[in-house]
Design a protein. Structure first.
Length: 100
């Protein structure tokens, strides 16, 4: 769960979403070039799972799999907060959630 302010910080995928109209990375919208070498034209700081330092969740100390995130997916859903900044998004008072 991510709030509207942190939505632009969330990473994007390299493949194109051809089934969605108005997607950001289709060929028609000009967001992606055909037959380009991603190694040469990509950013100098490429994502690597081996060199990327993942944070720990502030609640349960589990590994957060979103770069820049501070809460894991399970804790952010249980508490109803944003996974990156911790802002309250959802009112979970009347929800019947499990303890696990």
């Amino acid at each position: 769960m991510v709030c509207d302010n942190c939505q632009k910080k969330v990473g994007t995928v390299a493949t194109q979403d051809v089934w969605k109209s108005g997607s950001r990375n289709t060929v028609e919208s000009g967001g992606r070039k055909l037959n380009e070498n991603k190694l040469l034209t990509g950013k100098s700081t490429r994502y690597s799972p081996y060199t990327t330092k993942f944070n720990k969740c502030k609640v349960c100390k589990a590994t957060v799999h979103q770069p820049g995130g501070t809460y894991c997916q399970a804790c952010s859903y249980k508490l109803g907060i944003c996974g990156m900044c911790g802002v309250k998004i959802l009112q979970t008072k009347n929800y019947r959630q499990s303890a696990v």
